[in-house]
Design a protein around this ligand. Sequence first.
Ligand code: PLP
Length: 401
Amino acid sequence: MTETTTLRAFAPSANVSFLKESATIAVSARARALKAQGRKVIDLGAGEPDFDTPEFIKRAAERAIDAGATKYTATEGIMPLREVIAARASARWHGDRITASEVVVSNGSKQSLFNACFTLFGEGDEVLIPTPSWTSYYEMVALSKAKPVSVIGDPQNGLKVTAAFLDAASTPRTAGVMLNSPCNPTGAVYSESELREILELADERDWWVLSDEIYRRISYGGTAASVLDLSSRRDRLIVIDGVAKAYAMTGWRIGWTIAPRAVSAAMGALQSHTTSNAAAPSQHAALEALTNVGEAEKAISVMVAEFHARRDAIVNEMAAAPRLEFVYPEGAFYLYANVATPKGGDGTAFAAALLEQHEVAIVPGAAFFTPDWVRLSYAAPREQVITGVQRLVQLYQSFGG
Ligand code: PLP
């Protein structure tokens, strides 16, 4: 007797079938393919610092491995790390001391954001997302079965939203709002008064506030505010942060949430059934980054000073094209420009032309729901950044801009 097996074609489940490949990854892949053909591509697409992790952090990880930090840890993270995160948060917060039980350490702030969305939102909920913003917010909210509601910011004010914009986009189903200052992709930083106004509205409506503060240490006009400095209540507040950007530790994958105890417990339970703890050596590396403050602050100030110098150089180059609209970058390491022209088309056509003809990789703004714009990352050597911006300006001008 012969047995025949019919192989059914794979179709992704409804859980994930709507997901799109991250546009930033698509650009990097195309840039890599061109490089493999021998083309000298300047890659200004990446969203990670071009610095190496500071030596003192790497050495701490080695010591931790030698001392046996190679096993599972508590799902929520090792206690000394959670304690230092809680202590640093407490120093910003005017109310009761924040405790380690309100901290969950995860595999990067990306997982922290996912944990928060999946734990707080569900079917029938709407979540306000100031737009443009980081592409994964929309997908994380959708994975949680809630509806991402894009709220386009004001081009006259760094593409930032105001409380009035959020109010206008809200409905009785609105359950929360995502904040990100300094912002990826625009580099805009919300002032204290702008943030306070949004927090007051959220408070009035009982919305969850998810504040992604991953770029907070990278700002050029003084320290960017944390919602912990400004909010009057914390029972609806989730602060998301991590070591990836400020400490040049993207590959170590350490992020965290600071959230009310019941929310933290639910996120910990979710994580216990998905990834368990973040890698033990990475947690010890993050602990060193947060406790060896002298070394850490030295390293951060060197990196931020270099980003600052590149920012100034870029703004200088952009002056060559007075009609080219861009958000004045006050933080993070991105430049966001409106490159649409009748001759050249939108940001997607522009980014393709810049890569194929001028060998500069940037990210089309379609990835951030603003298709006329493009994002350029200046987390790359200064001379490459300057050349990249010069070519961008030239291409814009060749399209009659
Ligand atoms: N939030 C924003 C706004 C980001 O741009 C990124 C990374 O690009 C992340 C979160 C994720 O960072 P992590 O490496 O900590 O997961």
